[in-house]
Design a protein around this ligand. Structure first.
Ligand code: FAD
Length: 288
């Protein structure tokens, strides 16, 4: 079943994001993360794609295959295109198909001045078209409640998002946000623009101050006053900040579900402890 189809069977689709282990660790370290995430019964797990990774030994493909074939969970394999040729992407599609993976998150990828850009794909929508033409995959895409950092304004961003959906993206996952009202306004703009595919809200629990500073510099997510107060109060108390971050994420999710969100996508950062604490707090809410 495609991920988009899943939304027809449930009120709230609940999913996780994981990333492949760093180059210095063995791929086997992902097993202990997945052993623990499996018990939380996500509807799917997405696996990120690292910039400049090896096409011949695609780690994302390998882990997505483990998610599917060892853990019996539906995987969503991320794939970026800005540093890839058409041949590279065709090779990855071959590997995904061989592992029985049907769902791909098609992304442009960030522009990294240290990695030479290839010219075969300019936008994620180009990748969506290529995947549609070269295989029988279901496609998800990224979206930005507060606008993508390179967009001139929110309206231009929505027009560009519509192009991605028109090209064949059947489901969207948002970038992290800490202010739910930004998400609600985004969904309204998207629906007005005729974007009618299911949208999963991406929720990132805050675990430490450095992580937040990094995320905010990358995404320009706005920080509500109650959020910044929480960070300042607990920044020197790691355990308290972690617990406050979990409580903040739970509160965001309860509000989103009460307002009819279609999907919650938890950025787990490969931290099953945090994923478990959040999931236990919301399990009865998301199962209604
Ligand atoms: P696009 O949809 O191509 O958009 C990029 C910019 O171009 C936007 O400003 C958009 O408005 C504009 N644009 C799009 N189409 C057009 C057009 N036709 N004409 C003019 N302008 C246009 N990065 C990774 O490296 N690996 C990952 O696994 C990964 N996973 C992610 C998952 C999620 C849920 C999200 C939100 C982001 C993820 N990213 C990942 C980061 C992502 O690669 C970056 O945000 C990147 O800068 C944009 O990717 P995109 O697919 O949204 O690009």
């Amino acid at each position: 079943m495609s991920i988009a189809e899943l939304f027809k069977t449930k009120n709230t689709v609940y999913s996780f994001e994981i990333f492949p282990p760093k180059k210095t660790s063995s791929v086997d370290t992902i097993y202990s993360t997945l052993d623990q995430l499996k018990g939380l019964k996500p509807d799917f797990i997405s696996v990120t794609y690292g910039a400049g990774g090896s096409v011949a030994n695609c780690l994302t493909c390998e882990i997505a295959s483990i998610v599917k074939n060892k853990y019996g969970i539906r995987p969503l394999a991320h794939l970026t295109c800005v540093n890839s040729t058409r041949q590279d992407v065709a090779e990855i599609l071959r590997q995904l198909k061989e592992s029985g993976i049907q769902n791909i998150m098609a992304l442009r990828g960030d522009i990294n001045p240290d990695i030479p850009r290839k010219n075969d794909f300019k936008y994620a929508s180009d990748l969506v078209k290529f995947i549609k033409e070269n295989g029988d995959f279901h496609i998800s895409g990224a979206c930005y409640p507060e606008g993508h950092v390179e967009s001139a304004d929110l309206i231009e961003d929505i027009h560009n998002l519509k192009k991605k959906v028109d090209a064949g993206a059947e489901h969207l996952v948002t970038q992290l946000f800490f202010d739910n009202s930004a998400f609600y306004s985004f969904v309204e703009r998207a629906r007005i623009a005729g974007i009618n595919v299911p949208i999963s809200a991406g929720i990132m629990p805050v675990l430490n101050k450095n992580q937040i500073e990094r995320m905010v510099s990358l995404t320009a997510a706005s920080l509500p006053a109650k959020f910044t107060r929480m960070i300042s109060k607990y920044e020197h108390h790691p355990e308290a900040l972690r617990d406050a971050g979990i409580a903040y994420a739970v509160e965001q999710i309860v509000d989103l579900v009460s307002n009819g969100v279609q999907g919650i996508h938890l950025y787990t950062m490969n931290n099953p402890f945090v994923a478990r604490r959040i999931t236990e707090s919301i399990s009865s809410i998301i199962s209604i």
